[in-house]
Design a protein around this ligand. Structure first.
Ligand code: 3PG
Ligand code: MG
Length: 398
């Protein structure tokens, strides 16, 4: 694919700087979703098995260049030790003498975790000097952080130019799975795009209509399109100032031969609360006091019928307020339909994004999807057809 993998590198006795994404959700010091950590295991296992010494470079949260105790990666050491089933040492900086000593002292079979790269303000500026400091710690650079590959930072981009570089197993798996589903996708292709805002996914929508046969729009974003079609949405989440843009996307889709699917009926409540009293109404009948919280049964039937006609499905963003019961109904039912079609060998299904993966896990559908990406932002940018700097740097590395 234009970059090297761990198989191309001589790892024996080498210190391998592995850029990982362990930006996992933590509540009261406890990791609530360890998907990203579990998915790193093949890379760590393979480096250790080949006699390499893994040194992990990672960011955590957005500390903005300040050392913030609550964003220290030290709190992840026990979780990593459990996952990797090996000793994980910690250095409290990702560059400098202490990190160099720790890297030097690392024994075969051990893993070294370096402190949050974003404690250095220059990390997010892709500073080559900071990258050079990191490069001193290793012999080889391995980027396994697909979900951070949309960032051109010292630890994802500049460093790949300084050391012999390769992609890790997760990076490979992510790119191969996305390439397989979207590179030359089996048609018809359907994309489900949900979530709150049109403004953040505008470029994505504009790009997708050129690539997919059906575009199912859900969540708050769908309301903006209903407004563009002159329908009332009451107190629903909607970006009214984006309505002309939404109208342009509708016109462009028609010209491109892409069918945009908006809700034909909606579940409306007056409060944004679990089990708020609600009713099902045609999409053009939302009352002034009403809030659209989910797609209705007619919409769901249309979505299921489209899934049945499709060969490839790409999913990012829930169809409704999935965090509130029962407004997760359309998301869950559509996810289970996609899972069943995938199980039956009729559909290739790929999903990504934190909310999406949480929703698919909650519905029990995730296990049957062809592929679940660990990435949110990077997955979207990949879908838009953008070059990811972290991936591009690997291609240019020798
Ligand atoms: C993520 O969690 O989406 C990645 O780790 C990237 O984080 P960022 O959006 O703070 O760059
Ligand atoms: Mg993000």
């Amino acid at each position: 694919m234009g970059w090297k993998t761990l198989d191309d590198m001589d790892l024996n006795g080498k210190r391998v700087l592995v850029r990982v994404d362990i930006n996992v959700p933590i509540v009261d010091g406890v990791v609530t979703d360890s998907t990203r950590i579990r998915r790193l295991m093949p890379t760590i296992r393979d480096i250790l098995a080949a006699g390499g010494r893994p040194i992990l470079l990672a960011h955590f949260g957005r500390p903005g260049g300040e050392r913030r105790k609550n964003l220290s990666l030290s709190q992840l050491v026990p979780t990593l030790e459990r996952a990797f089933e090996t000793k994980v040492l910690f250095a409290d900086d990702c560059v400098g003498p202490a990190a160099e000593e720790a890297a030097e002292a690392l024994q075969p079979g051990q893993v070294l975790l370096l402190e949050n790269t974003r404690f250095h303000a220059n990390e997010t500026k892709n500073d080559p000097d900071l990258a050079a400091g990191m490069a001193r710690l290793g012999d080889i650079y391995c980027n396994d952080a697909f979900s951070a590959a949309h960032r051109a930072h010292s630890s994802t981009e500049a460093i790949a130019r300084l050391l012999p570089s390769c992609a890790g197993r997760l990076m490979q798996a992510e790119l191969e799975a996305l390439e397989k589903a979207l590179g030359k996708p089996e048609r018809p292709v359907t994309a489900v795009v949900g979530g709150a805002k049109v403004s953040t996914k505008l470029e994505l929508l504009g790009n997708l209509i050129e690539k997919v046969d059906y575009l199912v729009i859900g969540g708050g974003m769908a309301n903006t399109f209903l407004v563009a079609k002159g329908m009332p949405v009451g107190k629903s989440l909607a970006e009214r100032i984006m309505k002309d843009t939404a109208a342009e996307i509708l016109a462009k889709a028609e010209a491109a031969g892409c069918t945009i699917v908006l809700p034909s009926d909606v579940v409306v409540a007056e409060k944004f609360e679990s089990h708020a009293p609600h009713q099902i109404l045609p999409a053009d009948r939302c009352p002034d006091e009403g809030m659209i919280l989910d797609a209705g049964p007619d919409s769901l039937a249309t979505i299921k019928a489209i899934f049945e006609k499709s060969r490839t499905l790409i999913w990012n963003g829930p169809l409704g307020a999935f965090e509130l019961e029962p407004f997760d109904a359309a998301t869950n039912a559509a996810a289970l339909k996609a899972a069943a079609l995938t199980r039956a060998g009729k559909l290739i299904s790929v999903a990504g994004g934190g909310d999406t993966v949480a929703a698919l896990n909650a519905s029990g559908a995730a296990g049957d999807f062809t592929y679940i990406s660990t990435a949110g932002g990077a997955f979207l940018e990949w879908m838009e057809g953008k070059t990811l700097p972290g991936v591009a740097a690997l291609m240019q590395a020798d």
